[in-house]
Design a protein around this ligand. Structure first.
Ligand code: UT7
Length: 346
């Protein structure tokens, strides 16, 4: 690494490539729990249907006064603490979300101000449920080439703010939360992030989207009346693509890393549906007891889900030093991605 002024991107001549590791991790989930039984009182659904079709039992709901940047800030504070990094050391903050506080300015700037990371440059990323892995790869590349020493990547969502509470096919599926990691050059002898594969297919954008509120259909009384400011999903089609692309991305990332599936200790999949996770387990030939699963407690938290699951699995001692971890995601766009890393921050 070359030393450089805060926030300055290294010139081509300065650049060296180094290995990058997750040096800090943290998450936050709002206190309020919404159970399937609660949802039975809101839409025509049953606890049994939701459990059988999704594996979900409850999800968290942010308070009215809590916005995405509030959830992101709390997760980030925890990640900085585990990394033992002071706010002033952070060079870059990236927030992946589809539920920003505002259309602009970006949520990362709001988080920066709350954390006091005064020298960081900050921006947002919209890749839906794949946002955390997209963000990690952008941050990894920035750290690897020496432009950035300390990057904070946060996936945070207040999904409940874009749900149509009259649509039983979507409102039972999502929840709120945030997950964060600190990336820095890996300690000597550590492999850190080994490989990443990312992909997209915009031809299928219509299957999972929010129709209004952007430049194509700005907010009007008519768009509000037509309930166009809510998430819309054709679940069955999305399910099929999710399984296919998550399996392909996982295989590709493993092959790029030169790692066999048998050598992966933990798989952290995006938590969209327990049936999707089981299908991936079957197709990859990797037993379910090697998957980190918390979909039953949080539902689908979109860009937050992998960071939230990672933090839980490290804190409760499942993920240990030296473990090979595979993370895999799929989301609106469509977007997908997979990352292979060797755990170890010391
Ligand atoms: O995070 C980004 C990626 N997102 C995903 O990966 C989500 C992918 N999709 C899914 O997880 C599943 O497709 C769902 C959980 C959304 C739906 O499960 P499904 O087994 O594909 O159900 P379906 O959409 O085929 O619906 C089956 C039936 C329908 O009734 P009919 O038409 O058969 O009479 C639905 O109307 O279940 C009905 N249904 C419900 N019933 C009770 C749909 N939602 C509900 C509900 N409660 N909440």
């Amino acid at each position: 690494m070359t030393s450089q002024a805060p926030g300055r991107i290294a010139s081509a001549a300065d650049r060296t490539v180094c290995r990058v590791a997750v040096m800090g991790w943290g998450s936050y989930a709002p206190a309020r729990v919404l159970t399937n039984r609660d949802l039975e009182r809101m839409v025509a659904t049953t606890h049994e249907w939701i459990v059988e079709r999704t594996g979900m039992r409850e999800r968290r709901v942010a308070a009215e006064h809590e916005a995405t940047s509030d959830l992101a800030t709390l997760a980030a504070q925890r990640a900085l603490q585990t990394a033992n990094v002071a706010p002033a050391e952070v060079d870059m903050i990236l927030v992946a979300t589809i539920t920003p506080d505002y259309p602009f300015p970006n949520t990362a700037c709001l988080v920066q101000s709350r954390l006091g990371c005064s020298r960081a440059f900050c921006f947002g990323l919209e890749a839906a449920c794949s946002g955390f892995l997209y963000g990690m790869e952008i941050a990894r590349a920035a750290v690897a080439t020496g432009g950035v020493r300390t990057a904070l990547v946060i996936g945070a969502e207040k999904m409940t703010s874009i749900l149509d509470w009259q649509d039983r096919t979507t409102c039972v599926l999502f929840g709120d939360g945030a997950g964060a990691v600190v990336l820095q050059p890996a300690p000597a002898g550590r492999r850190g992030i080994i490989s990443t594969v990312l992909g997209s297919d915009g031809s299928l954008a219509d299957l999972l989207m929010m129709p209004a509120g952007g430049s194509r259909h700005p907010a009007t009384a008519a768009t509000v009346a037509a309930r166009q400011h809510f998430l819309k999903m054709r679940g069955r089609e999305v399910f099929r693509h999710a399984v296919q692309h998550m399996c392909e991305a996982a295989r590709e990332a493993l092959s790029k890393a030169g790692v066999k599936i048998q050598d992966v200790r933990w798989i952290i999949p995006h938590q969209a549906n327990l049936r999707i996770i089981s299908a991936i387990s079957e197709r990859l030939g990797c037993p379910m007891d090697r998957f980190v699963v918390n979909v039953e407690r949080y539902g689908n938290t979109s860009a937050a889900s992998i960071g939230l699951a990672l933090d839980e699995a490290v804190r409760d001692g499942r993920i240990r030093d030296g473990d090979v971890v595979l993370m895999v995601a799929f989301g609106a766009g469509f977007t997908w991605g997979a990352t292979v890393l060797e755990w170890g921050a010391k």
